[in-house]
Design a protein. Structure first.
Length: 117
């Protein structure tokens, strides 16, 4: 291995240790400047407590999205069905009229069926 790679591997644990120490110093500075460790602790607990709420909200939004998609699909199907209702009603009225006239007239069954079409 080259000397640069070995030197980097040797310095990496030192760099990590420095970063951890710097983080500890930063947290200590925040605690002392905040005036109250209790306030900071409460703030951190509240922030951590929000995580499950955010995940639950995200899951519920996903479910709502699925429901909205299903409602749109059903709405389109209903609209499509409604378009045919007036045609069906007209045909039903024609059938009822023809049945009434068949009972009261001498038309043949074939003539009545031709009138319906």
């Amino acid at each position: 291995m080259s000397k640069v790679v070995l030197e980097g591997k040797n310095r990496l644990p030192g760099k990590i240790q420095e970063a951890v120490l710097d983080l500890g110093v930063a947290l200590a500075q925040v605690q002392t400047s905040s005036g109250s460790t209790e306030t900071l602790s409460t703030l951190i607990k509240n922030y951590v407590a929000l995580d499950p709420t955010i995940e639950n909200t995200s899951a519920n939004l996903g479910k709502l999205e699925q429901i909205v998609g299903q409602l749109e699909t059903h709405s389109e199907a209903i609209e499509h069905s409604i378009e045919h209702i007036s045609d069906i009603q007209d045909k039903m009225q024609a059938i009822e009229r023809n049945n009434y006239y068949c009972k009261n007239s001498t038309e043949s069954k074939e003539d009545v069926e031709d009138n319906i079409k």
